[in-house]
Design a protein. Structure first.
Length: 388
């Protein structure tokens, strides 16, 4: 008997983890794979979690999350994007941003419903859509257009089965921050075709060069058709605490909460108290991280300028560099594997982020400057030695 469901068989392992696991075969490799800050959370966040533990706040919380955290998120959203979300029924605290995205997809999608994604994009979007019985529809973005979404291509991809569009700005893996005019065009398309917009905003504070994040929910008549996904992982270096949230229409949020009751019950209570401290404490730690990421990005850019066969436009946000290696004549995976074997430098093949990512590699610069310098040295040797 075959015990594995047909749906599960359609789900693929991420090439990010494939490279991560392959690197374990080597002694002390320089890894630029997983997108995880190399910082610890701010002291006041850690102290809040410890205090919660000491005070016995270790029980189940409401399925939607403790009310003080939902209230803090509501205040935060009003400060950040100028919108009022009712903490009672328009916000749910989830197990990281990933948990929120998956449960929302499960709430919204019927079998065969289509969700438009731009590629290259975060690898889990397509997998989660398929896990929920939906169909991911890929629309390419390209290097020559700074990887920005083309609203015309989005509209041409809409069918009578289209249910939603996902936008991620700043974007993993490309580092693109969508300008306001494109956000406005996407909003008009969503209203014209009566679509939901899933807005993944987990990197919205990691932005450089004076760029601004615009939440599509803040545009006229968009709050009721937008679902915001956010996480404490990147902004506050709280990846292992697994705290995220979803904000959106009450009908959707109520059903996301219902699913969470049957999946995870709730997010760990001490981590929820840590999240309150993160939202209401000083931003100095965040400012420090962003300043450091910018230094690293600029260093990588300067180094790549002097290397043959590669092209890179400075990321406007996130902590990723998405680099064209098309001039090498190698596939993305071939390049990544050879770089690992020759120099013990680990990068992610671009096709990990969809077929349209072929010809690129992604480097996470959420790593120390010392490791980045060693990694850039290794890549330069590789390009000069192997490809000459």
């Amino acid at each position: 008997m075959d015990y594995i469901s047909e749906n599960t068989k359609t789900i693929e392992h991420s090439k990010i983890r494939k490279m991560f696991n392959k690197a374990l075969e080597f002694h002390d490799p320089i890894s630029f794979t997983v997108g995880e800050p190399d910082f610890t959370p701010p002291d006041h966040v850690v102290e809040a979690a410890v205090l919660a533990l000491k005070e016995g706040k270790t029980r189940y919380s409401e399925n939607a999350g403790i009310k003080p955290l939902r209230e803090a998120i509501s205040r935060y959203l009003e400060r950040e994007i100028g919108l009022s979300y009712n903490p009672v029924n328009e916000i749910v605290v989830t197990t990281g941003g990933m948990g929120g995205i998956f449960q929302t997809m499960k709430v919204v999608l019927n079998p065969g419903d289509e969700v438009i994604i731009n590629e290259p994009c975060w690898t889990n979007y397509a997998q989660q859509i398929k896990m929920c019985g939906g169909v991911p529809v890929s629309v390419p973005v390209d290097f020559d257009n700074n990887f920005a979404i083309d609203p015309e291509k989005i509209e041409k991809s809409i069918t009578d089965r289209t249910k939603a569009v996902i936008i991620n700005s700043p974007c993993n893996p490309t580092g693109t921050v969508l300008p306001g005019d494109i956000i406005e065009k996407l909003a008009e398309i969503a209203k014209k075709h009566d679509l939901l917009v899933f807005s993944d905003e987990v990197y919205k504070h990691i932005i450089f060069d004076g760029e601004k994040h615009v939440s599509i929910a803040s545009l006229p008549d968009m709050k009721d058709r937008t679902v915001i996904f956010d996480s404490f992982s990147k902004t506050f270096a709280m990846t292992g605490m697994r705290v995220g949230y979803v904000a959106g229409p009450a009908e959707i949020i109520g059903n996301v909460t219902k699913l969470q009751e049957n999946v995870a019950a709730c997010v760990a209570m001490p981590c929820q108290y840590a999240a309150i401290a993160a939202l209401e404490g000083s931003k100095d730690h965040l400012d420090m991280m962003v300043a450091e990421y910018k230094k690293r990005r600029d260093y990588i850019y300067d180094r790549l300028l002097n290397m043959p066969y590669v092209e890179y436009e400075k990321s406007k946000g996130t902590f990723y560099a998405f680099i064209s290696i098309k001039k090498t004549g190698m596939t993305s995976e071939e390049f990544a594997m050879k770089l690992l074997e020759e120099e013990q430098v680990v990068v992610v093949p671009g096709d990990a982020f969809g077929d349209y990512g072929e010809g690129y590699i992604r480097i996470s610069f959420a790593s120390s400057m010392e490791k980045i310098k060693k990694g850039m040295d290794g890549m330069e040797r590789f390009l000069n030695k192997v490809l000459q």
